[in-house]
Ligand binder design. Structure first.
Ligand SMILES: *[C@@H]1O[C@H](CO)[C@@H](O)[C@H](O)[C@H]1NC(C)=O
Ligand SMILES: *[C@@H]1O[C@H](CO)[C@@H](O)[C@H](O)[C@H]1NC(C)=O
Ligand SMILES: *[C@@H]1O[C@H](CO)[C@@H](O)[C@H](O)[C@H]1NC(C)=O
Ligand SMILES: [Zn+2]
Length: 357
């Protein structure tokens, strides 16, 4: 486990009702990623985002959570999770065809925005939107309860943490990370990211970090993102609710449950950042520079040197990027447990399900 000095947590300083790795978690994923971005990919991302500050990814890491709460953006709410129809704590699994419904899910969205961010035919605002979604969703995917249908990703499991009654999902998203770090500002995120990067470089993650990105392939995003989701989902059975949900409702989750979970929260945030950087570096080297080179090969002189600036005005004569097409299998199959829940009037698994990830 990462050693971080525990600072007193000022509970009323944290806004209840925050969603999805809270802003702290997403900004930390972004700051970890920034430390692993190649200089060229970093410059490309800064240009796309029109932000040359040293928080260029952290500044937009929670944009998607604000967007989905607007009228214009509410269509995007289902893109923040995949509702695995597994059977925890007995059996955990993610199955893209089973679990990604017609309106899409985190995995189809990561595939879509991976395709779009490298598509030089899109406008600058469209490219920026794609990058903002990727930075956020690759983070969401590592939060185990974003890869679980049970009780709406734990939103329906009322628990007490640190003397507050809330739900398991928001404890994982927001309150347990904030308890660890002692605050939720960008500065707090930067400090947490630094300590996670230390663990990757010289500490307890050093040996395994390479396995976090092993086999990642921007040419096969669905398979890659499903592997990431299944990795996070497996913790539902081992760490999040190893003895079922009722066992979490017998007393305050602090300190015993918190102590059993916080190491997983830390490693998952670290993985999110490490994967995000590798993903963006690969998109840059395989799609952005390839397209630029393509232009040079056709003998049309590019303005500026390869790898420097001007990405917003990419070559319009590059081969058109095929769009990501998502064809869900219908009808969606429900697991035995979820059929029973649906029959009992549960809100988990019908089309009108409410999701507050
Ligand atoms: C980029 O950001 C600057 C300020 O930081 C702003 O003046 C400018 O309008 C932005 N450009 C675009 C295309 O949004
Ligand atoms: C919860 O509140 C009680 C009394 O109100 C207090 O004694 C206890 O220390 C608090 N527990 C935590 C974890 O803050
Ligand atoms: C891909 O993203 C665009 C832009 O946000 C969206 O309009 C479109 O519906 C998405 N397509 C899929 C298949 O998710
Ligand atoms: Zn989210």
């Amino acid at each position: 486990m990462v050693s971080l000095s525990r600072v007193a947590f000022i509970a009323f300083g944290v806004i209840h009702g925050a969603n999805a790795w809270g802003e702290l978690g997403h900004a930390t994923v972004a700051y970890v990623a920034q430390q692993y971005m190649s200089p060229e990919a970093a410059k490309w991302a800064q240009t796309v985002l029109n932000d040359t500050s040293d928080s260029y990814l952290a500044n937009i890491a929670s944009w998607a959570d604000k967007y989905r709460l607007t009228d214009e953006g509410k269509w995007s709410a289902p893109l923040h999770y995949i509702d695995a129809m597994d059977d925890p704590p007995t059996s955990c699994s993610v199955d893209y065809e089973r679990d990604c419904p017609a309106e899409g899910c985190s995995i189809s969205a990561i595939a879509n925005y991976t395709q779009r961010v490298g598509n030089l035919k899109l406008s600058a605002p469209e490219t920026a939107e794609a990058l903002r979604f990727l930075v956020h969703l690759i983070g969401d995917l590592t939060q185990p309860l974003h890869d679980e249908n049970y009780e709406v990703g734990g939103n329906g499991i009322e628990v007490t943490f640190d003397n507050y009654t809330d739900n398991l999902h928001s404890d994982w998203d927001t309150y347990m990370p904030a308890k660890l770090v002692g605050g939720s500002s960008l500065e707090d995120a930067q400090g947490w990211a630094d300590s996670l990067v230390d663990e990757i470089k010289t500490g307890s993650y050093k040996k395994e970090a390479a396995t976090w990105i092993k086999g990642d392939d921007i040419g096969d995003t669905v398979v890659t993102a499903t592997r990431w989701a299944a990795d996070a989902n497996s913790y539902i059975c081992t760490v999040v609710m190893p003895d079922g949900a009722a066992a979490l409702q017998t007393g305050d989750l602090y300190p015993t449950y918190y102590n059993s979970a916080i190491g997983t929260i830390e490693i998952q945030v670290a993985k999110g950042g490490y994967r995000l950087a590798n993903w963006l570096n690969t998109i840059y080297s395989q799609k952005i520079t390839q397209s630029k080179n393509g232009k040079h090969h056709k003998g049309k002189s590019g303005k500026g040197k390869s790898g420097k600036g001007k990405f917003g005005k990419g070559p319009r004569d590059a081969a058109p990027e095929p769009e990501f097409v998502y064809e869900p299998r219908e009808p969606r199959q429900l697991s035995r447990q979820n059929m029973a829940r649906a029959a009992m009037g549960g809100s988990c698994c019908t089309s009108g399900r409410e999701h507050r990830h």
